[in-house]
Design a protein around this ligand. Structure first.
Ligand SMILES: Nc1ncnc2c1ncn2[C@@H]1O[C@H](COP(=O)(O)OP(=O)(O)O)[C@@H](O)[C@H]1O
Ligand SMILES: [Mg+2]
Length: 211
């Protein structure tokens, strides 16, 4: 996080990343509850969908089965959602002293649109960074799970299926590979969490970073 944007030194910006079905939403909410129980003021949000453009972009465009969305258009929509979300929600909450937990952030753009959709990586990188308005996560948990296992978990989550979840195995593999490349490049804020175990085991591993 760019500290010059903040009033409070104790504010933290925490993001969760990983392929669909890796357990991000589950673990992010558990961490939010845990930090709240410690008296920390936590604000939980997610991408896409957090800002005022988000729900419209998510429901009306990204999840519409009748639109075969062009990858470049998809990149622009996710980045538009993020820029608005940062300006309206994330930055004001950080300034107010909240710890903000966001389920997905710009690493998702790099992995999904860069590697998954194979849009020009240089362009994806520039757009992803621009869409953050300079607000970088302090810490990012990458939930590492084999693609096969994540897809099995998704099958059990019928009610919250979206278009991305329904992409073929190869797509999710490319996304996973995109995250791997990001980690191998050396990005110290990204903590790799072994996420094939139980909910409790994974949560304990995440909480170690807050002791
Ligand atoms: N460690 C786990 N073991 C077994 N099932 C899990 C685990 N974590 C999450 N799940 C289940 O798998 C599905 C996907 O989890 P979710 O948190 O929605 O993943 P994501 O947000 O990364 O797509 C949900 O039905 C959830 O209850
Ligand atoms: Mg989720």
């Amino acid at each position: 996080m760019n500290r010059s944007l903040l009033n409070s030194e104790v504010s933290r910006f925490i993001t969760f990343e990983g392929i669909d079905g890796s357990g991000k939403s589950t673990q992010a909410k558990l961490l939010a509850d845990y930090l709240s129980s410690k008296g920390i003021r936590v604000f939980f949000t997610r991408e896409p969908g957090g800002g005022s453009l988000g729900e419209a972009i998510r429901a009306d465009i990204l999840d519409r089965r009748d639109i075969d969305i062009e990858p470049y258009a998809e990149l622009c929509l996710f980045c538009a959602d993020r820029a608005q979300h940062v300006r309206e929600i994330i930055l004001p909450k950080l300034r107010d002293g909240y710890t903000v937990i966001c389920d997905r952030y710009y690493d998702s753009t790099l992995a999904y649109q860069g590697s998954g959709r194979e849009v020009d990586p240089g362009l994806v990188h520039r757009m992803a960074m621009a869409s953050s308005l300079g607000v970088e996560p302090d810490i990012t948990f990458f939930l590492s799970v084999p693609v096969e296992q994540a897809l099995l978990r998704l099958k059990s989550r019928e009610k919250e299926k979206n278009k991305m979840d329904e992409e073929p195995f190869e797509f999710h593999s490319r996304v996973n590979e995109g995250y791997r490349q990001l980690i191998e490049k050396g990005t110290p804020r990204i903590k790799v969490i072994e996420a094939s175990g139980s909910l409790e085991e994974i949560q304990m591993e995440i909480r170690r970073f807050f002791e």
